[in-house]
Write a protein that binds this ligand. Structure first.
Ligand code: MD6
Ligand code: FE
Length: 219
């Protein structure tokens, strides 16, 4: 993987090629760019029904990233831990349905990465403001770990931290720009990963925000 100086991260992405970043894990640069307007409109529609909120993690701290969900299952966190819930705990109603444009994109990206018939039933939407970050973690709250995760980045660029299967493994720094898609499964499915604090910026479509959508088969 290319070493990138994080101080040189810019608003506009350089030309990049599709890249295998680990066993079973692929970067598809700009794969979502043609649908970006439709995806952002759909994010707003989801957030109108299930607003972004800052969840509390079991330690009692609030996450700096704000989240919402769509699909049959939504990821949540509270004092008791992390889990998937069929309803929004703030209102008791089912999460908004997964928009067709989300589902189609996730399925196309999975197929392009060698994961056929990906059938996501959970889409977690993360919203970052400058300074928001995500600490190193593994995604293993899903009952089904054989399906990949499809991760879509929109808006301001971020440095994605990509480690190994042990917390102490070396962490690679991978810049993700607007429209980039990561597909991540197989041996990489439970690799440690995180996101550096977001740098300030002004993106033409999102202003001072980054969105990340992660599609999963939760159960
Ligand atoms: C983010 N993403 O990019 C946070 N997890 O904002 C994740 O935590 C993530 O991008 C699993 C697979 C891909 C991801
Ligand atoms: Fe994650």
């Amino acid at each position: 993987m290319r070493a990138t100086d994080p101080r040189q991260i810019s608003l506009f992405e350089p030309d990049r090629q599709e890249e295998t970043i680990g066993p079973g894990a692929k970067l598809l640069p700009e794969f979502a760019q043609a649908q970006a307007d439709d995806i952002l409109a759909a994010i707003e529609a989801v957030a109108a029904a299930a607003p972004f909120r800052h969840l509390t993690v079991p330690s009692g701290h609030a996450m700096s990233v704000a989240i919402t969900n769509c699909g049959a299952a939504g990821w949540i966190s509270d004092r008791h831990g992390y889990r998937y819930e069929p309803a929004d705990p703030d209102c008791g109603l089912a999460w908004p349905a997964m928009p067709r444009v989300f589902r189609d994109l996730a399925q196309r990206a999975a197929t392009a990465s060698g994961y056929n018939a990906f059938d996501p039933n959970a889409c977690l939407i993360n919203r970052y403001v400058p300074g928001a970050r995500m600490g190193l973690h593994q995604d293993k709250d899903e009952a089904i770990l054989t399906a990949p995760i499809v991760s879509v980045s929109l808006g301001l660029p971020a440095i994605f931290l990509w480690g190994g299967l042990a917390r102490t493994d070396k962490v690679h720094r991978l810049p993700l720009w607007h429209g980039d898609v990561l597909v991540w499964g197989g041996p990489s499915r439970i690799a440690y990963h995180g996101v550096d604090p977001l740098k300030d910026g002004d993106h033409p479509l999102t202003g001072a925000l980054r969105y990340n959508l992660t599609f999963r088969r939760a159960f």
